[in-house]
Design a protein around this ligand. Sequence first.
Ligand code: GLN
Ligand code: ZN
Length: 758
Amino acid sequence: MQTINIASLGFPRIGRQRELKFALEQYWRQEITPAALHEVASTLRQTHWQWQADAGVSLLPVGDFAYYDQVLTLSATINAIPARHRDGDKVDLDTLFRVARGRAPTGAASSASQMKKYFNSNYHYIVPELSQNQTFSIAYEQLFDEVEQAKALGHQVKPVLLGPLSYLYLAKCEGQAFDKLSLLPQLIEVYQAILARFKAQGVTWVQLDEPILALELTPEWQALFAATYASLSRAQVKLLLASYYGSVAHHHELIANLAVAGIHLDLVSAPEQLSLFASSLQPEQILSLGVINGRNVWAAELDKIAADIAPVVADLGKQIWLAPSCSLLHSPVDLDVETELDTALRQQLSFAKQKLNELSQLRTLLIEPDSEAARATAERCRARREARQQAANLQVNERVAGLTTGDFERQSGFAQRQVLQQQRLRLPLLPTTTIGSFPQTPAIRGLRSRWRKGELTEAAYIAQLQGVTRDTIQRQLKLGIDVLVHGEAERNDMVEYFGEQLDGVGFTQFGWVQSYGSRCVKPPLIYGDVSRPKPMTLDWATYAQSLTDNPVKGMLTGPVTILHWSFAREDISREVIANQLALAIRDEVVDLQNAGIKIIQIDEPAFREGLPLKQSQWQTYLDWAVNAFKLSAAGVKDDTQIHTHMCYSEFNATIASIAAMDADVITIETSRSNMELLNAFEDFDYPNEIGPGVYDIHSPNIPSVEQMVALIDKAATKIPVRQLWVNPDCGLKTRTWDEVEPALQNMVTATQELRRRL
Ligand code: GLN
Ligand code: ZN
């Protein structure tokens, strides 16, 4: 059999030591010249192309590199720059940074373009802003320059662009609202011009990403594909239409009939699409099989994948490409730089660079199944599975398997709990509280880092942090806040802190993934069955409570959020992982209660993020996510008050599930919406207590007493005042005490004023 092509949809650009991040930040601080920044970028591209070429990728992606965000690069390329960031006709790198970071050409602050999560990933793109009289033209040369760079290095390339329909879908109107679709004909023209430029550069294939195909599109949007791609196909370059993050089977007919030279499918998130699309493939058309997960860190089950796709490969022969499921942007760069990983964990892992090698191993399994190399690959896969099975924690598995409906429910309904909690807590009307963290000063960060480096003994570290906690409690008492928090000074990150203390969860040194711009995250790895070897927060909570008679909230991160913000194993369902995490948190909740903590907050800021791309699948997710939260919370007595916190806005479609979580109190982010977001709770007759945020913690501005009085007043028109709490939108760790203290003072004063009046 002939060989099979290996394709890459894109490689992480940040660099295995985050070289791009550091260069960008130096550039922004004006510590390096534009030429120096370009040099770092150019070296990174060269290295990444070489790695991909070495792994056998035949057409190297161009356009996956971006100084800030690939959607923003495209906006610049087609001259879609908001008026407030424009400097005449000039579009250059600094234009990009002005859009992304909020600067006018004069250097004055000017609001940045909005940033949004790219579909269901943790990557954030810069939302294009299109004006009603928008005109498109090629205004920025980066993509074409990069094609030249790759060619000069002797590579064959495949430029990668977001397709015109997904681009338009993600864009928003600059200024007054208008029908975005009116811009499509022009947008197609500028894409044609781009394709013509590529063609002139000797490019034969261009990849156009249309991730919106994984959504449930309206007939209006579906209808646009055929004509759009018919127009683009006239450009005489071969088009690879790529979708990812979910099944596109519901748009099968539409896709199968498009005038494109190739189709890429994400077969990791939806393997069942394969036979459907294989059977409708046009003669000569390429089917790119996205079989290696581009969004996770685990070594692939190559033997199983080979078995699954072998019949199609035999059938379609050279029409098949092997590829990662999506761009490797969401995966850490290189496992080889990890020097401190446990060997058992390391053998389960594969980062971007290793994933490309997996593709070539898969190819060997397919075309030379009897070779020595193929046998060795299959053996490694078997050994990995066996190691996982042996590492299973039977106790955890039995505990999850033995769960009964009773484990998910509080002893009594909310009405009864509320009475008991009121008797015990004796809180005033409109109780005041905060969300958990207080300013993480350089001094606090310094303490943590010295302790980690071993420069500070454990005892000294704890003593110092106790000092910080004592100070935090005293400040809250002085402000007159009713329900206190210990301040989370010991936590670097709300997921990492718990991950580090749980069994079955591991960490890398360099497993960074770009979140936006120069920002990266290093998610924990949930590799095994999760359990809690010992209490995680008890000492801090009880220490803080020992300092005051006011209730101090125990502060935990919820199971759903820990799951979403980690790289989770794939050999068991996310529901089961969430329940394992929930049981670990539940044990902590019960320990806190037994140590005298009367209020426990279980934060779930990532709850909404887990929603599937297709609305028809939301309920399944919501059901198990709600259950996991309830499991974590339900171990306590009726008079222990459970809080949860979510910092986002759109509750309309999920309000029934939020109510089903049955937290005694929920605190949410609402201040910027002027309490409009409470409408969902009002319409639903949300039964439990709510703390709508009255202080926008994302802004350095100090809200006035009058502003907060107005917000609470507004809230009281929607929610019975007996159900309301008063609090900021979110934690205060990114703010300074200079901002926080006057703001909270005003919050307390506003509350007192309302208590007198209501
Ligand atoms: N308790 C956390 C804090 O205050 C909650 C953070 C969050 O919602 N993202 O920092
Ligand atoms: Zn929050």
